[in-house]
Ligand binder design. Structure first.
Ligand code: ADP
Length: 262
C-alpha cells in the first residue's frame, strides 16, 4: 500500500496542528514519525487512519494507492492499529483476543473455526507466546500484552499497520526487547508500518526512514543514518543531540557520530 500525504494542513480551531505536510510512505517500509510531545505526530497518524478527517477548513489530500481517502472514514482503509495503552478484552483469553477480528467479519468473508485455530496458532508462534493461548490478559506481563495487541491487529491481515507509542508504557528493558522483535517481525511480514514515537533511540533502531516533526512541520525526512549524520537544521541537531546510541558527541557545534551501525 502506497500512502501519500499532500499539502496537509489541519486546524483545531485557530491552532495549526499540521502545517503543510508532504510525505510519501513507501510500500513495505517502517516509517517512524519522531518528534517532541505535542508536535502533531498522533494527529498525523490519526489522519492517515481516518480517525481524524480533513474538514472543509483544512487543506490537503491523503492518498491510499492513488485514491483520495481524506474525507472517507476508517472503514475504507485497510489498517491495523496498536496504541500505547493496549486495550485487550479482559474477559477473553489470549486466543480469543487475537481471533476477535476474524470472528466479527461478515459471514461470507469469515474463516471456519478450523482456519481460525490455525491462524491464531501461527500468530501465537510469531509473537513467541505459544502455550499462552488460554491465559487471560491479567496473567500476562505488559510486554506480552502488547505483543498480543499486535497479533490481534495483524490477524485480519491489514495492508497498513499504525503504531502509536506502542511500547511507551513499558520499562526500558522490555521496550528494547520489543523494539528488536518488532523490527524482525516487520521485516518478515513486509507490512507498511507507521510508528509514532518521541523516543529517538526507538526510531533509530527500528525505522527504515524517519520523519522528524516539530510544531506541526516536517523538519527532515531520511534514513536513520541520513538524519543522524546530516541533520537538516538546528532543531534536528538539538533534538537528536543527546542520543547516545550512535555514541554521538557534539564537537565544534557539529554532531560527531561514532556510528555503531556502520
Ligand atoms: P504528539 O502526538 O506529537 O504529542 P498531537 O498530535 O497529539 O502531538 O497534538 C498536537 C497538538 O494538537 C497539541 O498541541 C494538542 O494539544 C493539539 N490537539 C490534538 N488533538 C486535538 C483536538 N482534538 N482538539 C484540539 N487540539 C488538539
Amino acid at each position: 500500500m502506497k500512502i501519500e500525504v499532500k499539502n496537509l494542513t489541519k486546524y483545531f480551531g485557530n491552532f495549526v496542528a499540521l502545517d503543510n505536510i508532504n510525505l510519501e510512505i513507501v510500500p513495505g517500509e517502517l516509517l517512524a514519525l519522531l518528534g517532541p510531545s505535542g508536535s502533531g505526530k498522533t494527529t498525523l497518524l490519526r489522519m492517515i487512519a481516518g480517525l481524524e478527517t480533513v474538514e472543509d477548513t483544512d487543506k490537503g489530500e491523503i492518498l491510499f494507492n492513488n485514491i483520495d481517502v481524506a474525507k472517507k472514514d476508517i472503514g475504507d482503509r485497510d489498517i491495523g492499529f496498536v496504541f500505547q495503552h493496549y486495550a485487550l478484552f479482559k474477559h477473553m483469553t489470549v486466543f480469543e483476543n487475537i481471533a476477535f477480528g476474524l470472528r466479527v467479519k461478515p459471514k461470507k468473508e469469515r474463516l471456519s473455526n478450523d482456519e481460525i485455530n490455525k491462524k491464531v496458532t501461527k500468530l501465537l508462534q510469531l509473537i513467541q507466546l505459544d502455550g499462552f493461548a488460554n491465559r487471560f490478559p491479567w496473567q500476562l506481563s505488559g510486554g506480552q500484552r502488547q505483543r498480543v495487541a499486535l497479533a490481534r491487529a495483524l490477524a485480519v491481515e491489514p495492508k497498513v499497520l499504525l503504531l502509536d507509542e506502542p511500547f511507551g508504557a513499558l520499562d526500558a528493558k522490555v521496550r528494547a526487547d520489543l523494539r528488536k522483535w518488532l523490527k524482525e517481525l516487520q521485516e518478515e511480514l513486509g507490512i507498511t508500518t507507521v510508528l509514532v514515537t518521541h523516543d529517538q533511540e526507538e526510531a533509530l533502531e527500528v525505522a527504515d526512514r524517519i520523519v522528524v516533526i516539530s510544531k506541526g512541520k516536517i523538519e527532515q525526512v531520511g534514513t536513520p543514518e541520513e538524519v543522524f549524520h546530516n541533520p537538516a537544521n538546528e532543531f534536528v541537531i538539538n533534538f537528536l543531540g543527546n542520543v547516545n546510541l550512535f555514541h554521538g558527541r557534539e564537537e565544534d557545534g557539529r554532531l560527531n557520530i561514532d556510528s555503531s551501525l556502520e
